[in-house]
Write a protein that binds this ligand. Structure first.
Ligand code: CA
Length: 424
């Protein structure tokens, strides 16, 4: 067991019972206060631990960290140190925050500076994202979309169970939680119309996804095996892959998603490490037919993480739209990375690899409005009596997630963004 994950660990920092950030989590992010430029921090309870302060004052000595590694606007250079280094840093932070450790706890002046109340910080985009790939790894989602857009009898295309289908997305429009998105404009073809029209999307949607972040880079020509994949993965963020279904449906043949997707994707600010998720490993769905040798793997490669999407109306009313779980994913992250690099594609530090919409077997677990309302055919009725076929202007979409066992809850915070009206 990773010692920092020990369920019996307690921190001298007060952590309320429902908190996403107990001492067993320690996710990394970038934050800013009124006084500082953006720097790296770790979440603990209702506080952000300032890693620049810890590093500059000797609390992280002996870990071989380069000077200034946390005094940067992105975590990329820290991640580039690799899994062993980042695991050691998380282990040392765990030690410093333990109830029985007096190094920081016993120095009130240092404690006061190192722990910044979460309410006083602004959480920033944690990564400079060089590349973004979006997979399509939920069988339920692929089946639902295939049924609606093509043919219910042949919803899954012949390749789907042989390889993790994916496409290269757009890194420039990935933004952090709290950044709002304007309804996109584009071409769409209305049913029974002979020609397309141009205008604001009428079918705006969210997609409930998780994305993993890569650390160790690979050169062009190199392939990563399923056994090696996790050495290249630092952790996970929540990911809302905003989608304009009408633009998507008209443009996607034959090359796949383009302007219906690339106007914005929202990520959560805290990167929950793969280390913290160790206790939540589980088996994925049985893969049948058997996959090719390069996609075979050993051990438990899926994760049991509860997911929830909440809609907040402009009046402030909140309603849960769906509950799903990362464990439903047919293709796991090791298979995704092995497939992505089997042709020699290089990976870079800070790349984001999103799962694709994570839908489960029951209608309440569908991870998009497209599926929840069956392309608008079955509108959702909200508690305030209004209906939703797709998202309305000023709707806020909030993705939350947590893993829980042995009384320990590892949360992801929030991935929140409001859909603003189309720009003129
Ligand atoms: Ca997607």
């Amino acid at each position: 067991m990773v010692h920092a994950n020990d369920p019996s660990l307690k921190s001298w920092v007060q952590v309320s019972p429902g908190s996403d950030f107990p001492i067993q989590n320690l996710p990394f992010g970038i934050f800013k206060t009124r006084y500082l430029s953006p720097v790296a921090g770790v979440a603990i309870g209702d506080y952000v631990l300032d890693l620049v302060y810890l590093h500059e004052n000797g609390y992280l000595d002996g870990l071989g960290l380069p000077p200034g590694i946390f005094n940067q606007p992105y975590l990329n250079n820290f991640l580039r140190l690799g899994r062993n280094a980042t695991t050691r840093v998380r282990g040392r932070i765990s030690e410093l925050l333990r109830q029985d450790n007096d190094e920081l706890q016993g120095n009130p002046a240092a404690r006061e500076i190192a722990l910044v109340p979460m309410l006083e910080v602004r959480l920033m985009m944690p990564l400079q994202v060089p590349n973004y790939t979006d997979f399509y790894s939920s069988e339920e989602h692929a089946t639902n979309v295939g049924s609606m857009f093509r043919d219910p009898q042949n919803a899954l295309l012949p390749n789907w169970k042989h390889l993790p289908v994916g496409y290269h997305g757009r890194a420039s429009s990935i933004v952090v939680s709290g950044t709002n998105i304007h309804r996109p404009k584009g071409q769409m073809k209305l049913p029974d119309a002979a020609n397309p029209v141009f205008g604001p999307s009428r079918k705006m949607d969210f997609e409930l996804e998780m994305a993993f972040v890569t650390c160790a880079e690979t050169p062009l020509g190199h392939s990563i095996t399923t056994a090696e994949a996790e050495d290249h993965i630092f952790g996970f963020v929540l990911f809302n892959d905003w989608s304009a279904r009408d633009i998507q449906q008209w443009e996607y043949v034959p090359l796949g998603p383009f302007l219906g997707k690339n106007f914005g994707s929202t990520v959560s600010p805290w990167i929950v490490t793969l280390d913290a998720l160790e206790p939540f490993r589980c088996d994925g769905p049985q893969q049948q037919p058997e996959v090719l040798p390069y996609l075979r793997f050993n051990g438990k490669k899926n994760f049991d993480i509860h997911l929830e999407v909440v809609l907040q109306t402009s009046a402030g009313e909140e309603v849960t739209l769906c509950r799903s779980n990362t464990k439903y994913l047919y293709w796991n992250i090791s298979q995704q990375l092995a497939h992505h690099t089997v042709n020699g594609c290089s990976i870079q530090t800070g790349d984001l690899y999103a799962s694709g919409t994570i839908s489960g077997p029951s209608p309440g677990s569908f991870g998009s409005m497209l599926e929840l309302t069956w392309n608008g055919a079955r509108p959702l009725v909200l508690p305030d009596g209004t209906e939703r076929k797709f998202l309305e202007d000023n709707d806020t979409v909030i993705i939350k997630a947590y893993a829980e066992n042995n009384g320990i809850r590892i949360g992801f915070g929030e991935c929140r963004s409001t859909l603003l009206p189309a720009l003129p």
